[in-house]
Design a protein around this ligand. Structure first.
Ligand code: MN3
Length: 204
């Protein structure tokens, strides 16, 4: 995964792994101009300000996340750091002409963990649809076994010791311009038209 300069502050906004109109008509350039250009960028700007002059300024993005997760007086730092990481991971979880059933090692692991691709789809869509308010749904590997988890706000499974494989952003800013309040339609489109199984395979 392209992580741009995420080895220590000042961090930079990673470029999208495709043109901003490459996911149309499903996710428009208009959505990506706000979601990547404004939201993702703001997390980068905020984090750089928050860590400047502190002992966190020399740490990598992942180390900042691990060090501040669950620490009450570092919540602002954690939220911005994790949102940088989560969004970069989300851009790579999609590709033009993606979606549909997986191939390769991930296909076998999905069948082993969920019984079938259709069962996986149902469970992933349900997790994404039922995350109350803002957050994320994830496919993760827990010691080699695939699981689906959902997280609220900026929370990232990386800090709980499991390995993220794929994610979908279910904050309203991810889908509202294209799907308004129809989160289930956005989730179905993500699975049928956008999900990047090459990226998932590379994360196993
Ligand atoms: Mn987002």
């Amino acid at each position: 995964m392209s992580t741009a300069n995420q080895s220590k502050a000042p961090f930079t906004l990673p470029a999208l792994p495709y043109e901003s109109n490459a996911l149309e008509p499903h996710i428009t350039a208009n959505t990506l101009s706000f979601h990547h250009g404004k939201h993702h960028n703001a997390y980068v700007t905020n984090l750089n300000k928050l860590v400047e002059g502190t002992d966190l300024a020399s740490l990598s993005l992942e180390d900042i996340m691990k060090k501040t997760a669950g620490v009450a007086d570092k919540a602002g730092i954690f939220n911005n750091a994790a949102q940088i990481w989560n969004h970069t991971f989300y851009w790579h979880s999609m590709k033009p002409n993606g979606g549909g059933a997986p191939t390769g090692a991930i296909a076998e692991k999905i069948n082993a963990a969920f019984g079938s691709y259709d069962k996986f789809k149902e469970a992933f869509a349900s997790a994404a649809a039922t995350q109350f308010g803002s957050g994320w749904a994830w496919l993760v590997s827990d010691n080699g076994t695939l699981k689906i988890v959902k997280t609220g706000n900026a929370e990232c499974p990386l800090t709980t010791g499991v390995k993220p494989i794929l994610t979908i952003d279910v904050w309203e800013h991810a889908y509202y311009l294209d799907f308004q309040n129809r989160r289930p339609d956005y989730i179905a489109t993500f699975l049928d038209k956008l999900v990047n199984w090459d990226f998932a395979n590379s994360n196993l």
